[in-house]
Design a protein around this ligand. Structure first.
Ligand code: ADP
Ligand code: MG
Length: 384
């Protein structure tokens, strides 16, 4: 449906058929928050929501871009003119990918691209990575570049870091490129080694809800940079390359060494315990003890709220209300200061929990949240 619409849109815009149509999903992160820029572990899974792109090659060094979701016409750029920090619009994401491919020496000579996305933008569900990865995969196929999913993810991250200018880690792009249906992706962000962990909640009578608070507090980007810098400072104080290198068993000794550096203590404690939580969730899922991940999610939220200090009243209200209404676990997900929370619940409790959260938001005078079920879905793929 979405694929046909995007194909038709391409024909209408450019007057020719595209050479193919591709999709790349958004993601939610089950556990492992802010660990990806500390060389640590993450565990995202792909959403059914995707960015879909119809694409055709060009040979004249021109890139034409259009999004069905943005007002305005086709944007035309020359590959020779693509330069980091030159574009503050949505087009920076796809053109950044083309720039990264060219910069890496891949023989890309232009493209016509029309896309549309069902990934909510700015909700912490990685609409930006979906956009990047769908373009990277399409060009990889059309230009027969032979790049693997993790290599596309690296190029997309480079596009977002250098071209767009957002200092994001590697999780979002890898999740979009590499996730598999019915699985969560256990990813070591240091070397990008990965393991697909079966995660079929429906078969066990459970559901995972995403609650998009629909808020994004304006200081979120600055705070992200501060947390990153704080983690780097913590690693330097402890004499390690990255906080990933502090073993959980040595956490107390490490905190002792940080003494009364209260900020470093909090940040280090979150990252080291969060890596441990990811490993715990993997072990529980692999042993079939799925319900037991609930308390680990709850502990993860407390750590993000109290130690990393990136929650906000809306996210805390989702978590507190869901838990008070019988959820097995709940936590904020994504960068923080708004965006989305996830709730793990028995299937029979979903309606009660959803209603309770909606009522709590109304009572607090918050914008109504958007609640939907997240089914672990396929990663980036060619549709036609
Ligand atoms: P997130 O990745 O959490 O959704 P970001 O701020 O990283 O949030 O990325 C959101 C940005 O991605 C939007 O502001 C817009 O520039 C771009 N974007 C997302 N979806 C689309 C779309 N369908 N069409 C055009 N641009 C989009
Ligand atoms: Mg993003």
């Amino acid at each position: 449906m979405q694929a046909q619409q995007v194909r038709d849109g391409f024909v209408e815009l450019y007057g020719t058929e595209p050479e193919g149509v591709w999709a790349a999903p958004g993601r939610v992160n089950l556990i492992g928050e802010h660990t990806d820029y500390n060389d640590g572990f993450v565990m995202p899974f792909a959403l059914p929501h995707t960015a879909v792109a119809a694409v055709a090659r060009r040979t004249d060094g021109v890139l034409r871009l259009h999004s069905a979701d943005v007002e305005g016409g086709v944007v035309e750029l020359r590959l020779d003119d693509l330069a980091p920090d030159s574009d503050r619009n949505w087009t920076a994401y796809p053109s950044g990918v083309v720039w990264a491919l060219c910069e890496a020496g891949h023989p890309v000579t232009g493209a016509d691209i029309h896309l549309a996305s069902t990934v909510p933008a700015g909700a912490g569900l990685s609409s930006s990575a979906a956009l990047e990865v769908v373009v990277a995969l399409a060009l990889n196929d059309l230009y027969e570049l032979g790049l693997k999913g993790w290599q596309l993810a690296r190029l997309c991250q480079r596009a977002e870091n250098v071209y767009v200018g957002a200092p994001v880690g590697i999780m979002d792009q890898t999740a979009s490129a590499c996730c598999e249906e019915g699985h969560a992706l256990f990813l070591d962000t240091r070397d990008l080694s990965q393991k697909q962990i079966p995660f079929d909640l429906a078969a066990e009578g459970m559901r995972l809800l995403v609650v998009d608070t629909q808020v994004k507090h304006s200081h979120s980007e600055g705070e992200y940079g501060k947390r990153r810098a704080g983690c780097e400072r913590g690693a330097a104080l402890l004499g390690v390359d990255a906080l990933r290198d502090v073993p959980y068993a040595e956490l107390d000794a490490a905190l002792e060494r940080l003494g009364d550096d209260e900020e470093a203590v909090r940040l280090v404690r979150h990252i080291v315990t969060e890596d441990e939580r990811v490993e715990k969730v993997v072990a529980l899922l692999e042993s079939g003890d799925t319900r037991a991940i609930g308390p680990v999610l709850i502990a993860g939220h407390a750590s993000l709220r109290d130690d990393f200090r990136i929650s906000c009243p809306e996210l805390d209200l989702v978590v507190d209300t869901a838990l008070a209404s019988g959820a097995l676990g709940a936590r904020m997900t994504g960068g923080g200061f708004g965006g989305s929370a996830i709730v793990l619940a028995e299937a029979a409790d979903v309606d009660t929990i959803t209603k309770a959260v909606e009522e709590a938001f109304a009572a607090a005078d918050f914008t109504a949240p958007r609640v939907f079920e997240a089914v672990p879905s396929a990663g980036a793929r060619r549709l036609s």
